[in-house]
Ligand binder design. Structure first.
Ligand code: FES
Ligand SMILES: [Fe+2]
Length: 466
């Protein structure tokens, strides 16, 4: 079924980047980060090779390819792959490159087909990746062993609550281990909400900016919310400044992942903001009682699965004020396109069993706020482009400009919530930058280590059984 290939060892880290990594490590100790990591062609090239080609990354949702033959074109950073359900119903991820001379065989973003035929010389592959035909095969290839020349499969592909993740490194640990304690929170949210389906196609657009600026923002940058999005406060869509820093818990589960979710008191029934008739279908789905309890009182918020998958569970008005806030769920991938560009991928998901009316309202809420034309997105993208631009200036490089990630340290904001029922280092203060620092610590692991970086929990955490 398709072919497998072995990955080659990494080249040694160039001296200049090894020095930069040492600087990053030292800076992080005091909550600083060299600006250069946000806009440098060599850093970008090495991120593709050392980070994106070794990390588990998000590919797509099972509802995007429900029937045999359904496929969508996806990317691991900048590399194209066909995410396809084969004739036997098995989901595969095939490198979109003909084994004859490498021509891209799939040109459409999505479709349904039993076979892919290369446009150059016509080698033809079944949708499980097998090579099944070549023009004039008997005359020109004789007994060539076709079983050795199928499309190359991504080394690893795993499913979690309908979400598919892939990894291009055979030596990587299973997805569970890569996620570590983040899995507890993915189970708590996606497991609890249950079957979701993607509405329509993902929205895609190009943003100026480095992918790390967006990953850190969606994971835990609550500090900007009532300031950059001031117009949303004025419209009444967000509460006014004041105590906003108390609105979220920051959860650091380790391995560079992060969660910024809000939880109400023990008896609350919040269900990620979904209305009672929709939430009636939510359930334990294999969760332990504490997880289900946390989910019931969770309002949602933002999270980031390292490196570049953002998750939003939010409630906002689809009409920016007239209609009541409506819950929506969104997955967003910050795909690097060079050091200073991102291709943004945005999926809206709705509970499968909810009414058409609710699905439409939920989709409208997502589109009005977090989409190419969304009012929040417009504000954010200006800041991300600007940070990246600053990082790429000659002057910033000449003075060794460093960005500040020290927030919260001086005021005890990073103290762990003592009675938290789940894993991870958890604060009840949303204005702090521990999670950001953990993201860059994991970034450093991937950039520096030739062997697969070992897993870790937030170093402040006393590891607990759960
Ligand atoms: S490159 Fe695909 S058949 Fe030749
Ligand atoms: Fe924002």
């Amino acid at each position: 079924m398709g072919s497998h290939a072995q990955t080659l060892p990494l080249d040694p880290l160039p001296d200049a980047i090894a020095t930069l990594c040492d600087e990053v490590e030292e800076s992080l100790e005091s909550g600083l980060l060299p600006a250069r990591v946000f806009n440098d062609p060599e850093v970008h090239r090495l991120e593709l090779e050392r980070l994106f080609a070794r990390s588990w990354v998000y590919i797509g949702h099972e509802s995007e390819i429900p029937a045999p033959g359904d496929y969508v074109l996806r990317y691991v950073a900048e590399d194209p792959f066909i995410f396809v359900r084969d004739e036997a119903g098995e989901v595969r991820l095939l490198f979109d490159a003909c084994r004859h001379r490498g021509t891209q065989i799939c040109r459409a973003d999505k479709g349904n087909t039993s076979h892919f035929r290369c446009p150059y010389h016509g080698w033809t592959y079944a949708n499980n990746g097998d090579l099944v035909g070549m023009p004039a095969a008997r005359e020109v290839y004789g007994g060539l062993d076709r079983s050795q020349w199928g499309l190359i499969q991504a080394p690893k592909l795993e499913r979690l609550h309908g979400l598919y993740f892939a990894c291009l490194d055979e030596s990587a640990p299973p997805l569970d281990e890569f996620l570590g304690d983040m899995k507890y929170y993915l189970d708590m949210s996606f497991g609890y909400v249950g079957d979701l389906e993607v509405v329509g196609d993902p929205h895609r657009w190009i943003l100026g900016g480095n992918w790390k600026t967006t990953a850190e923002n969606s994971m835990a940058d609550d500090y900007h919310v009532t300031f950059l999005h001031r117009s949303m406060v004025q419209l009444g869509l967000l509460p006014d400044g004041g105590d906003y820093f108390k609105a979220c818990h920051h959860i650091s589960p380790g391995n560079g992942h992060g969660v910024s979710f809000e939880f109400s008191g023990p008896d609350a029934r919040v269900n990620f903001g979904y209305p009672d008739d929709v939430a009636a279908a939510f359930g334990r789905n294999g969760l332990d009682p504490q997880q289900a309890d946390l989910a019931r009182r969770c309002h949602g918020g933002g999270a980031n699965v390292f490196p570049n998958l953002a998750i939003l569970f939010l409630q906002l008005s689809p009409t920016l004020g007239d209609d009541a806030p409506t819950a929506f769920t969104s997955l967003r991938l910050w795909q690097p396109h060079g050091p200073d560009k991102i291709e943004m991928w945005n999926w809206v998901l709705v509970p499968k069993g909810s009414s058409d009316e609710f699905k439409q309202q939920s989709y409208r809420a997502a589109m009005a706020t977090f989409s190419p034309g969304g009012v929040f997105e417009q504000d954010d993208s200006i800041a991300w482009r600007s940070i990246t631009r600053t990082a790429g200036t000659t002057f910033a490089r000449r003075i060794g400009f460093q960005f500040n990630y020290q927030m919260g340290d001086q005021v005890g904001a990073v103290e762990t919530v003592a009675d938290w029922p789940g894993p991870g280092h958890v604060t009840s203060h949303a204005y702090e930058e521990t999670l950001h620092r953990m993201l860059y610590r994991r970034w450093l692991d991937f950039m520096r280590n030739e062997d697969y970086p070992p897993s870790w929990t937030d170093p402040r955490v006393v590891v607990r059984e759960h």
